[in-house]
Design a protein around this ligand. Structure first.
Ligand SMILES: Cc1cc2nc3c(=O)[nH]c(=O)nc-3n(C[C@H](O)[C@H](O)[C@H](O)COP(=O)(O)OP(=O)(O)OC[C@H]3O[C@@H](n4cnc5c(N)ncnc54)[C@H](O)[C@@H]3O)c2cc1C
Length: 308
């Protein structure tokens, strides 16, 4: 500042800036310490082993991960994610990616569910494949016993403590269902009784993960209502059982009060899926009169959501 402002940067201005800078730094340092405390002082990468690997669908596989040091894991808030780091031999360096936790919190393991990114647009015959690095390493190379580095849980997309009484609308597409499943499973374990609408868009049951888990939760919890939109149901998919609507997701097909709880001013809306899908859902909810602070969005990628 001195070199840019010269004499205009007086000692008084210098002191004021130093004080402001320190205040801001203290705020951030304090928040960082708070996060570490919430995570039992877990500050760095920690070694985890794959304890279970389950193919949930043609595209999505779950990995249960246990810490090598066997110390209890801090609870996370349903909806949060962890970062996973592993070596990528073809790049000659370590790479990290984020994955939402897909189960209720348990002290001995975390679970993530990963979609393989083939990186090939099948609709373009000349397309050159660029398979995603980490998702393919996880699918192809990380078997039970394989090692990964894991960060502590993080993220602002979660079900707030005490909000487990409000009506919930969980809207997802494709692998965006992972964080929603964590919310559902946590509420199931807590025997929560608030109304919950599970609204999910998928192509068909070959690629859809956790269809059976959601149906069985809904069978013993009358407050949970699945609404699955299947874009291209296969001949094995039964309307009324595997899906409720064929075609693209349209909130207009659902009952405004019974399914979307638009008459309840404390209802909360969680949305996760491709960016275009999320902005469409957000726009529709806004048009229905849902205030911004009741809509939560999680983008599975980098960059900001365009707020159209
Ligand atoms: C908060 C958060 C939570 C998430 N949760 C989940 C989750 O629960 N489950 C899940 O599956 N994912 C989740 N993701 C996404 C995940 O972090 C990764 O982005 C995803 O797995 C792809 O990583 P990758 O290394 O396989 O692909 P990358 O190598 O990072 O590639 C990204 C994409 O670009 C394409 N690509 C790569 N190189 C090229 C190239 N040269 N030219 C053209 N295209 C190319 C790939 O095919 C791929 O589709 C989450 C992301 C965030 C931010």
């Amino acid at each position: 500042m001195k070199s840019v402002l010269g004499d205009a940067f007086t000692p008084t201005i210098h002191q004021a800036w130093a004080a402001a800078y320190k205040q801001l730094a203290d705020l951030m340092i304090g928040r960082e310490e708070q996060i570490y405390e919430e995570c039992n002082d877990w500050t760095d990468w920690r070694d985890f082993g794959v304890s279970e690997k389950v193919e949930e669908s043609k595209e999505i596989t779950s990995f249960s991960l246990k810490p090598q040091d066997k110390k209890p894991l801090p609870p996370f808030r349903p909806g949060q994610y962890v970062s996973i780091r592993t070596d990528v031999p073809s790049l000659h360096y370590l790479q990290s990616r984020q994955y939402s936790l897909s189960d209720a919190p348990h002290a001995d393991h975390y679970r993530i569910s990963v979609k393989r990114e083939p990186g090939l647009d099948l609709e373009h015959p000349d397309a050159v494949p660029h398979p995603g690095y980490i998702s393919n390493i996880l699918h192809d190379q990380k078997q039970v016993g394989g090692m990964l580095q894991v960060s502590h849980p993080a993220g602002e997309f979660f079900l707030d403590v005490g909000h487990d009484k409000y009506p919930l609308v969980l809207i997802s597409a494709g692998v965006g269902l992972t964080s929603m499943l964590s919310v559902m499973k946590s509420l199931d374990e807590q025997e929560a009784t608030q109304p919950i609408s599970w609204i999910h868009a998928t192509r068909n049951s070959k690629v859809q993960a956790f269809g059976e888990d959601v149906r069985s939760m809904a069978q013993h919890r009358p407050n949970m209502h699945p609404h699955v939109f299947m874009k291209y149901p296969s001949d094995k998919d039964t309307e009324g059982k595997d899906y409720q609507f064929s075609g693209r997701m349209s909130l207009g097909k659902l009952d405004r009060e019974g399914d979307l709880f638009l008459d309840k001013k404390d209802a909360e809306y969680f949305i996760c899926g491709p960016e275009r899908f999320m902005t469409d859902m957000q726009k529709t909810l806004r048009e229905y009169g849902v205030e911004e602070d009741r809509i939560k969005l999680e983008l599975f990628g980098t960059g900001a959501m365009s707020n159209s």
